[in-house]
Design a protein around this ligand. Structure first.
Ligand code: CA
Length: 591
């Protein structure tokens, strides 16, 4: 661990002065503050700007009239020789920003000046197995703790003022392929995390811990057939909670290595008291080895936060054969129809379809394509189940020969991947970062071996258009209509933020943080950050001024897995910067 504030005495005294001048001691984060985060504007204590994950800010000081006056106030380098993808969302509490960086690092930063307060570097073993770059997506705050997951599948809780480790807990065996990259969330005193590792044949699971000391409270495996358990005093309570019948939707013993990793974490809706998590691909990718729906892979799950029991599930890609992980965020929102309030939730899936569900019971309300080309399915039936085009499923291999190769759109990196969309309470639109690409995909013979890649497939990703891959889309969830689009040469890989100021923010691999008019899609502002923007932007208010922050640092899955698309972006430079902008008070009225 490195405490940069103590590198030299001069810096320390400057820091003390700065803190005396501006920063009252930061207070402990409470359950109530977390539950209210979507409504408060002076702090950000959840991933998603509210547990529902809408990424909507009620701030309107900064708006389409004055955004040209938005300017950088500071930038902090994450330093080091190791850079790679920076995909986190910053949190802000009492003038201190908490953010993660690549290689399982955490930074606490004075939000007014950009001065680093402390830095924590997890000591990672040499044999970590991240599938898709050494990224991390952010921390949770609770009490006096800053809590995050590491690439060797541990949860680490740090003191928010010193960065010192308070507790550390092993969630899963990294040698079997497990890791953690998602931000955990805290719901009513329970710290909840998923795990990554679907490409290694792990068994996905969602777990709750006591945030105060790291004690396990419940564990919910996400492959049908595995029992879940509630824990008391370190021991599993005798009667487990069923996760369905073993082998029912899986042949033979394949459920024992079935993947379905909930690697992107989850969100929570207080109205229904449900946790919403998505699950990844069934393992291995070669679908001919596992006839059946392979529950609960490529699904959205609604869980009881008290014991982890599954209240409902909705499977987007039953019997997935394309790595269409169903992990993408399921965002709670209400809308009016026929004089009634519909408690809905929406998700834009890797497979190219946008789903609107009844979040009280998981029933399908409607679904529609949100990208221009889908080849693997002909559409959705009345229950939202895909109507397969069997000729477009990659063929069955033999021991000697690979199976028939097919061209599939979207590519396995998804019509939309991890990068979170945003929902505007003003326009009623979702702002979806999407990509237009396809892939040649074929199957190969494969057997499970602990800790080894378990795909049984090969692939080459290709762009569908010369001019662009990325498309930021404004989508009406009531009609399926695309209200506007903005195309981008490189694939989009960063999160989206929308505000009451009629603004939509997102970043590009080319290095720009951009803002759009939420109603029209007109680009109204951009700033070159020096490296690709894959982070999720945030906005908050401090000393009566509106701030915007985002991480810059190119990397992630595209350069590693992108085939012909990776060639297109091969000259983009890596980085590692935390940028902060503000609209100065005196410029609020200026255009
Ligand atoms: Ca996957």
């Amino acid at each position: 661990m490195k405490h940069s504030a103590f590198r030299q005495p001069l810096m320390l005294s400057a820091l003390c002065l700065a803190m005396l001048a501006h920063t009252a001691p930061s207070l402990a984060v409470t359950d109530q503050e977390i539950l209210n985060d979507g409504k408060t504007t002076d702090q950000i204590v959840t991933n998603g700007l509210g547990l529902e994950g809408q990424r909507y800010s009620p701030l309107a000081t900064l708006n389409t009239d004055n955004i040209k006056q938005l300017r950088p106030v500071w930038a902090l380098s994450f330093g080091g020789e190791k850079q790679r993808g920076q995909q986190a969302q910053p949190l802000v509490k009492d003038g201190v920003m908490y953010v993660t960086a690549s290689y399982s690092r955490v930074f606490a930063v004075d939000a007014r000046t950009g001065r680093e307060l402390w830095q924590y570097d997890a000591r990672l073993p040499d044999d970590i197995r991240p599938c898709c770059d050494v990224i991390n997506r952010g921390v949770a705050l609770y009490g006096d703790l800053v809590i995050f997951g590491t690439l060797d599948a541990k949860l680490v809780a740090l003191n928010k003022d010193t960065g010192k480790v308070v507790w550390r807990k092993n969630v899963a065996d990294h040698k079997a392929g497990y890791s953690i990259t998602a931000a955990p969330l805290v719901v009513n005193g329970r710290l909840i995390t998923g795990v990554s590792g679907g490409e290694f044949g792990v068994v996905g699971k969602i777990e709750a811990y006591d945030p105060k000391n790291g004690d396990l409270l419940w564990s919910r495996p996400t492959v049908e057939g595995h029992m879940g358990y509630v824990y008391k005093d370190g021991k599993a309570v005798e009667n487990g909670i069923s996760g369905g019948e073993a082998g029912k939707t899986w042949p033979g013993d394949l459920w024992k290595t079935g993947g379905a990793a909930p690697w992107l974490g989850g969100y929570y809706d207080a109205e229904t008291n449900l946790l919403f998590f998505g699950t990844g691909n069934p393992a291995p990718w070669n679908s001919h080895l596992r006839p059946g729906d392979n529950l609960f892979s490529s699904s959205r799950l609604a869980l009881n936060p008290e014991d982890g029991s599954i209240k409902w599930h909705f499977q987007t890609t039953p019997h997935d054969g394309w790595d269409f992980d169903g992990v993408n965020e399921l965002i709670s929102f209400n809308y009016q129809e026929g004089g009634k309030t519909i408690k809905a939730a929406a998700s834009a899936d890797r497979n190219g379809f946008f789903y609107v569900l009844d979040r009280t019971n998981g029933k399908f309300i409607r679904g529609f394509p949100f990208v221009d080309k889908i080849t693997w399915a002909k559409g959705l039936d009345k229950n939202g189940r895909p109507i397969y085009d069997d000729s477009n499923r990659p063929g069955s291999p033999s021991a000697q020969e690979k199976g028939k190769s097919v061209f599939s759109a979207p590519a396995f990196l998804g019509a939309k991947n991890w990068m979170p969309m945003a929902y505007s309470q003003d326009t009623g639109l979702f702002y979806v970062p999407s990509n237009e690409w396809g892939m040649d995909i074929w199957n190969e013979d494969i057997a499970y071996k602990k800790g080894a890649a378990y795909l049984g497939a090969g692939f080459t990703i290709k762009p569908l258009n010369e001019e662009y891959i990325g498309v930021l889309r404004a989508i009406d969830p009531k009609t399926g209509k695309e209200v506007w689009r903005h195309t981008n040469y490189a694939p989009l890989w960063g999160g989206v933020l929308t505000t009451k100021g009629n603004l939509v923010f997102t970043g590009t691999p080319e290095g720009f943080l951009q803002a759009f008019n939420a109603k029209t899609g007109e680009k109204v502002w951009e700033f070159q950050t020096g490296s690709g923007v894959l982070g999720s932007p945030v906005t908050w208010e401090m000393d009566g001024e509106q701030y915007v922050s985002v991480l810059s640092g190119w990397g992630g899955a595209v350069p590693l897995w992108g085939g012909e698309v990776a060639k297109r972006v091969k000259d983009y430079n890596q980085g590692g910067m935390l940028w902060t902008f503000k609209l100065p008070k005196e410029l609020v009225g200026q255009k």
